[in-house]
Design a protein around this ligand. Structure first.
Ligand SMILES: [Zn+2]
Length: 472
């Protein structure tokens, strides 16, 4: 898998002439991009996005550029744009337009699926205001900026459009930051392309650096980190287990609860949600109406924040262990439940949050060098982690849920119980190589040989960081 980093270099005080050259190039690019967005709309959005990027490029060129094989294109570019358009600018614009339309189509699909109900704004056909121009290898020379000669300013050579309609390469000074060399030193390879960006009257050259990282597939992890994304009480309950491959069992190292500051964000979000519901009740209107939009935007931003921060906390734990695999329960999707609307909405938000967290942890795992795996959920919250009987949850204080087993009398924090069950499922998968897709059957190694938990009724406190219980 490729990890991509971007470094933004500001074009350092270009003089009037050089600035005009950039502006002119930008203006033309913007025109070409608008032209192709219009062509895609006329030629059929779905027809274009069903093609691969490469085929779409060929197709769009064939209907806009006259060649020997296509002497009369349906939408000739020379008629729409008077300035001669250089091939690289045209291709850059086509690729950009294709990407924009493609993401528009996928956003639209998502909007029909759930966004409409969540009060998101209906996506509109791309009509960009800020353009970024991607220069391809043949049009840009970057060598100078990689010289480590201690000079503050280096040059990027860019091909720009002159007043007479000619293209030529010019030097643009940029300040090079230490971060660029830090990335190169840690194995990132700069791509020979640059993206030109104009923002607040300043020009920037964005460089992309790539590093190919192997997704780690651990067959014999030393550490298994089971995560229960309960999301409602604790955002996450994380159990760290050390695997003893010789004795074929595992030992609990520590348990973390991720909440604290994050839980405050959740409360803030829930307060906003309640406000939305009250408004709905009072006005009898759906949450898509204007006055709720603002609230929904806040809720969605909070959700994103919560997800990213939770993922970071999980990755932080995993980073500290050697050969670690982080295990989540596989998300089973949203089934068409015919419950109360508010309950369905809650489930959707929870699902979305979980998905966001696991996706982010997957990304982080590649950068930080741990691996990620999934188990199919199998009654992990209903089963007693000590004897396997079906138990029940109860909340003595309201904030924490406990689990009690009627068969053996075991009482434990409900989230911890779920983490243990999930761990047994995964351990059994590791030791036997079997993975029960249904997960419902008792494919669990005998728990008493693996774990004896002293964690009876642990309370999660709202500290700033995740709090942990170290068990010996
Ligand atoms: Zn029991």
């Amino acid at each position: 898998m490729k990890v991509v980093k971007t470094v933004l270099l500001r074009v350092y005080e270009p003089n009037k002439e050089k600035r005009e050259l950039l502006d002119r190039t930008f203006f033309l690019y913007a025109e070409v991009l608008k032209f192709y967005l219009e062509v895609i709309r006329k030629a059929g959005i779905y027809r274009v996005v069903s093609l691969s990027k490469k085929r779409a490029l060929t197709f769009l060129e064939s209907i806009t550029v006259s060649t020997k094989s296509h002497p009369n294109p349906s939408y000739p570019i020379e008629e729409a744009i008077k300035t001669p358009v250089q091939t690289n600018i045209r291709r850059s614009a086509i690729n950009k337009a294709y990407g924009m339309v493609k993401s528009y189509v996928s956003n639209l699909k998502n909007w029909y699926k759930e966004g409409r109900e969540l009060g998101h704004r209906k996506p509109s056909y791309p009509n960009p205001k800020n353009f970024s121009l991607t220069y391809y290898a043949t049009d840009v020379e970057l060598q100078d900026i990689f010289l480590r000669d201690g000079k503050e300013l280096h040059f990027v050579r860019l091909k720009v459009l002159s007043e007479s309609g000619n293209y030529r390469k010019r030097n643009y000074p940029v300040k090079v930051y230490k971060r660029l060399f830090d990335l190169i030193d840690s194995g990132y390879v700069p791509k020979n392309t640059a993206t030109l960006i104009k923002r607040d009257k300043e020009f920037y050259v964005a460089l992309t650096l790539e590093k190919t990282l192997k997704k780690r597939k651990l067959t014999k992890p030393k550490t298994v980190i089971n995560v229960d994304l309960n999301v409602e009480r604790n955002l996450a309950c994380v159990g760290v287990f050390e695997i003893d491959w010789k004795r074929k069992d595992s030992r609990l190292k520590e348990i973390h609860f991720i909440n604290g500051e994050l839980l405050r964000l959740v409360r803030k979000r829930d307060y906003l949600l309640e406000e939305i519901r009250t408004k709905q009740r009072l006005t009898g209107r759906s949450p898509t109406k204007e006055d709720c939009k603002r609230l929904w935007k806040k809720v969605n931003n909070l959700n994103r924040d919560i997800a990213l921060k939770t993922a970071r906390e999980i990755a932080k734990i995993a980073k500290d262990y050697e050969d670690a695999v982080v295990v989540f329960e596989k998300l089973t999707g949203l089934r068409g439940e015919k419950k109360q609307k508010s309950k369905k909405l809650n489930r959707k938000l929870t699902y979305w949050l979980r998905k966001r967290i696991t996706d982010r942890v997957k990304e982080l795992s590649i950068e930080e060098g741990f691996s990620v795996d999934f188990v199919y959920p199998g009654w992990t919250s209903k089963k007693c982690s000590l004897c396997g009987a079906k138990g029940e949850r109860f909340s003595p204080s309201g904030s924490t849920a406990l689990f009690r087993c009627p068969s053996c009398g075991y009482t434990v924090n409900a989230d911890v119980n779920a983490v243990f069950n999930q761990h047994f499922l995964y351990l059994s998968h590791l030791l036997t190589g079997r993975r029960d897709e249904g997960g419902r059957r008792d494919s669990v190694v005998s728990p008493e040989t693996s774990l004896k938990s002293p964690l009876v009724g642990t309370q999660s406190k709202g500290s700033l960081k995740s709090n942990s219980y170290v068990c010996i």
